[in-house]
Design a protein around this ligand. Structure first.
Ligand SMILES: Cc1cc2nc3c(=O)[nH]c(=O)nc-3n(C[C@H](O)[C@H](O)[C@H](O)COP(=O)(O)O)c2cc1C
Length: 342
């Protein structure tokens, strides 16, 4: 029989954790005010830029599409540049807008008002033109080009990623791989290209040891890691209640991409869960000072591979339990389909 006291404790902890999650999302997502701070505003700009960029690569874009969005985005660009300065997001927005103006121009549509507005913004903020050139808009890709990038045995490469729980010594670790792997992980897909994810990386043994005390799956091997990643997702990037779990999705994808990034570089990893109730999450945040607008997704232990080592087989379920292909029974009870939305 379940002890009534422990049942009550579980109920309190569950309620507290849900309320705490709700409060964090309510406080730090855009919540109807996308221009509230630099983070929310820049996420909003990336979302608008993405809509414009995506339009240019659709099979049959609406002629002249996106003009209202361009004007809105230019207005926001001006406002954010004034209030918070020019970051890479402002540059991405401008590059995307200019690309769309060129795109319409090539189709015979001149947009003199918008071009004049662009010139005014550029004149007001010359920083927008400084730095590396940002490639935005359509990118041509060939099937042969993609296939040429595959490893000689793609399945073997994919299947050789395993959770490693015994690393080689930190003397053999190339710390330069950390930024390299994060750059690769930045290629992870994210909702409207908003890129909410971050990687906090700790490399000092004493810091790793301290942080791992709060994690409950690293006993016996965590201390052999050369680096510890804390993956987070910034809630400022999300604007509606339907996105309440989006940080966990985008953050999870980023974490997976980071693990494969390390794998590509021949570095071992083991994901370390952050499946914690709100009170432990709170204590941990006091130690590592993750800002309150970010949710912690997972940790990842990272280290060099030994010449020989053992991993758990981790046998998989039957594929028939995982793959449900064309099961029309699932569709029979569906009512009329809603109008498609983008
Ligand atoms: C989000 C997440 C959290 C995990 N947390 C832990 C953990 O705390 N400790 C651990 O030893 N392994 C952890 N793992 C690793 C899993 O045990 C492992 O991925 C699974 O058994 C499959 O094995 P493989 O990664 O070798 O293919 C975690 C994996 C994921 C995706």
């Amino acid at each position: 029989m379940i002890n009534p006291l422990s049942k009550a404790r579980t109920l309190i902890s569950t309620t507290y954790s849900y309320l705490s999650d709700m409060s964090r999302f309510w406080t730090h997502s855009q919540n109807g005010r996308p221009l509230r701070n630099a983070d929310t505003a820049r996420a909003h700009m990336l979302r608008l830029s993405h809509a414009l960029e995506k339009g240019m690569v659709l099979p049959a874009p609406r002629p002249g599409f996106g003009q209202d969005k361009i004007k809105a985005l230019l207005g926001i660009l001006q406002e954010t540049s004034e209030k918070w300065g020019v970051s890479r997001v402002e540059k991405i927005s401008l590059a995307t807008i200019e690309q769309l103006v060129r795109y319409h121009d090539a189709a015979g549509l001149k947009l003199p008002d918008i071009s004049a507005q662009i010139d005014r913004v550029k004149a007001s903020f010359p920083e927008l033109l400084i730095g590396d050139e940002i490639q935005a808009g359509p990118l041509s890709v060939s099937r042969a080009g993609v296939l040429a990038t595959l490893p000689s045995d793609p399945d073997a490469f994919f299947l050789s990623r395993r959770s490693v729980r015994l690393f080689d010594s930190r003397e053999k670790f190339d710390f330069g791989c950390l930024e390299h792997a994060v750059r690769l992980a930045q290629q992870a897909p994210s909702v409207c290209n908003r890129q909410s994810s971050k990687a906090y990386i700790f490399t000092k043994p004493a810091d790793i040891e301290l942080l791992l005390r709060y994690q409950d799956g690293n006993k016996g091997f965590g201390n052999t890691a050369s680096a510890l990643v804390i993956c987070t997702s910034d809630l400022s990037n999300f604007y509606k209640i339907g996105e309440r779990n989006q940080g966990y999705i985008d953050g999870g994808l980023f974490a997976m991409a980071l693990v494969y990034g390390f794998h590509t570089l021949g570095i071992g990893t083991c994901m370390l869960n952050w499946s914690q109730a709100a009170h432990t999450d709170r204590k941990f945040r006091n130690v590592c000072r993750i800002p309150p607008n970010e949710v912690i997704i997972t940790m990842i232990a990272v280290g060099p591979l030994r010449e020989e080592y053992e991993v758990a087989h981790s046998p998989r379920r039957d594929v028939g339990e995982v793959l449900v292909l064309d099961d029309t029974k699932l569709l029979l009870s569906a009512g009329p389909a809603p109008k498609g939305r983008s």
